[in-house]
Design a protein around this ligand. Structure first.
Ligand code: FPP
Length: 247
């Protein structure tokens, strides 16, 4: 039986975040260059988006390029940026037709001009869609995001716009890139690595973590459904005891 049939519709996570890992190893296993893995990784982006939409996930956030990824060999960085532009250009009509709203988090000013322009155009075009929001984390890292938030809050305090005594978790949340999204209930990482790698550190405080050995280019719809089923079988307690959380 497909994992999809085991999904309880009323318990689908509103927000799923994915660390897409293993493209390089997948390419090596196929005797190809790393970029071949990234190219095939795009198919898994499509599969995950379709599966997420299908089961009613509202937000899907993908870690597409981290702040640290800028330190990879220049050829790989350029190939990834080219792939991003090509994918956006190729997929934008399909995304729009399927009522996908595209958004991005991260230091977009560091992206090459053509990449940033294609991205902003796609974001603008799809901004009124509301079936699912696809959030690309690009040139993103959590420490960058939190540092930036701290600076902005300090600036607001200096200007007398915020009373430091009144700063609470909601204040901090409002200054994060993800201010408009609920926290992810489920975080998936592919390729067997069990790390968070500077991704959504604040937002995943109570997320369920799902690690799979599957390399990202092999991650298909069924794998996504399996992750949702695993999530639904977890007991989420938010620091309380079992009896307090069962209805
Ligand atoms: C990690 O695998 C993957 C990335 C750093 C890039 C992810 C990019 C894509 C899937 C393609 C473009 C995405 C979009 C949204 C159009 P890795 O290179 O670290 O693999 P390894 O750990 O096996 O070396």
């Amino acid at each position: 039986m497909s994992a999809k049939n085991q999904i309880e519709k009323e318990k689908v996570p509103r927000h799923v975040a994915i660390i897409m890992d293993g493209n390089g190893r997948w390419a090596k296993n196929h005797g190809e260059m790393r970029v071949f893995g990234h190219m095939n990784g795009v198919n898994s982006v499509r599969e995950s988006l379709e599966a997420a939409t299908d089961v009613g996930v509202e937000y899907l956030t993908l870690y597409a390029f981290s702040t640290e990824n800028w330190d990879r060999p220049i050829e790989e960085v350029s190939a990834l940026m080219d792939l991003l532009v090509q994918t956006i250009v190729k997929e934008i009509e399909g995304l729009h037709d399927n009522e996908v709203r595209l958004e991005a988090i991260g230091d977009l000013n560091l992206l090459p001009k053509k990449c940033k322009e294609a991205l902003l155009e796609a974001i603008q075009k799809t901004k009124n869609n509301n079936r699912i929001t696809l959030v690309l984390a690009l040139s993103y890292s959590s420490r960058w995001e939190i540092t930036r938030a701290v600076k902005s809050i300090a600036d607001a305090v200096k200007k007398g716009k915020i009373d430091p005594e009144k700063i609470d978790q909601t204040t901090v949340q409002k200054y994060l890139e993800t201010r408009n999204y609920p926290d992810p209930e489920l975080l998936i990482r592919t390729s067997g690595e069990k790390r968070i790698s500077n991704f959504l550190l604040w937002q995943i405080a109570y997320s369920e973590l799902y690690f799979t050995e599957t390399l990202w280019p092999d991650f298909k719809k069924e794998n996504f459904y399996e992750a949702v089923v695993a999530f639904q079988n977890r007991e989420r307690r938010f620091g309380k005891i079992s009896e307090q959380t069962t209805i």
